[in-house]
Design a protein around this ligand. Structure first.
Ligand code: ZN
Length: 226
C-alpha cells in the first residue's frame, strides 16, 4: 500500500509539471487558433537564393519542385554558364523567379581593378538581358567580396546572405537541411547552389519543413526593398 501511495504522488507531480510547461510553451500557438487566420506578422518571410547556375540538369529539377510548391526563389547566375542553357533561364524568368547576376566569370571583384570589376558585372548583366529581356537590379558578389566604391559605378544592389547552407561543402541533403532549419529566422537570406543534386533535394525539404512553421518564401527584393 505504502508503495502505491508513493507512486500516485509521483504521478500527480508529473502531471502538474506537464501542465506548467504546457502553459508556458504553447501560449502563442493557442492565440493563433483562437483568432483564426494568420496575420502577416505570423508569416515570417525568408528568401532562398541559388548561386553559380544555371546547371543543365539540376536547375530544371529545382524549377519543377518550386513550381509544384508554388515557391519563388532568387537565382544569381554566372553569365558564362548561361551559354547553352538559355531555355532554362527563360523559364526561370517566365515562372516569376528573380534573376540577379553573379558576374560573368565568377571572379573575386575586390581583386580586380575598378574598370575590370565593372566590366565583369556588366557583361554578366548583358547576358541575362539578352536571354530574358530584363536587366537585373541585384548582384551577388562571388565569395561575398564586394569591391569598395563599386556602388558608384554600377546601379545594382549587392546582395549578401545571413544563412550559409555550406551545401557545396557538405553535399549531403540531410546535413544541409539540418544546418539551415536549426537557426533560421524572419528576414533571413539563405545561400545555396543549384549545381548539386543534394542542394536541390535539400531546398525542397527546407521548404516543406519551414512552411509547416508558417514561413513564407519570397524573392530577395521583397526583403530588401521594404
Ligand atoms: Zn558563387
Amino acid at each position: 500500500m505504502k508503495q502505491k501511495k508513493g507512486l500516485a504522488g509521483i504521478t500527480i507531480l508529473f502531471f502538474m509539471l506537464i501542465a506548467v510547461a504546457g502553459l508556458d510553451g504553447d501560449s502563442e500557438k493557442k492565440d493563433q487558433s483562437v483568432f483564426g487566420a494568420l496575420s502577416d506578422e505570423e508569416h515570417p518571410k525568408i528568401a532562398l537564393t541559388f548561386d553559380d547556375g544555371p546547371h543543365p540538369i539540376y536547375t530544371e529539377e529545382l524549377l519543377d519542385g518550386l513550381k509544384k510548391r508554388k515557391v519563388m526563389a532568387t537565382f544569381f547566375l554566372i553569365g558564362n554558364n548561361i551559354e547553352g542553357n538559355e531555355e532554362v533561364v527563360k523559364r526561370m524568368a517566365e515562372e516569376g523567379h528573380l534573376i540577379g547576376s553573379h558576374t560573368y566569370n565568377h571572379v573575386q571583384l575586390n581583386k580586380l581593378s575598378e574598370s575590370k570589376a565593372k566590366e565583369e558585372i556588366l557583361k554578366g548583366c548583358n547576358k541575362i538581358y539578352e536571354t530574358t529581356g530584363v536587366c537585373p537590379s541585384f548582384v551577388r558578389p562571388p565569395f561575398g567580396e564586394w569591391k569598395k566604391n563599386l556602388d558608384f559605378c554600377v546601379t545594382m544592389l549587392p546582395v549578401f546572405w545571413n544563412v550559409d547552407s555550406l551545401d557545396w561543402k557538405l553535399q549531403n541533403t540531410e546535413k544541409i537541411v539540418k544546418r539551415v532549419v536549426k537557426d533560421v529566422k524572419e528576414g533571413d537570406i539563405i545561400l545555396m547552389h543549384d549545381i548539386f543534386e543534394t542542394s536541390v533535394q535539400a531546398a525542397f525539404q527546407i521548404i516543406d519543413t519551414l512552411e509547416k512553421e508558417n514561413y513564407e518564401f519570397v524573392t530577395v527584393d521583397e526583403l530588401l526593398l521594404e
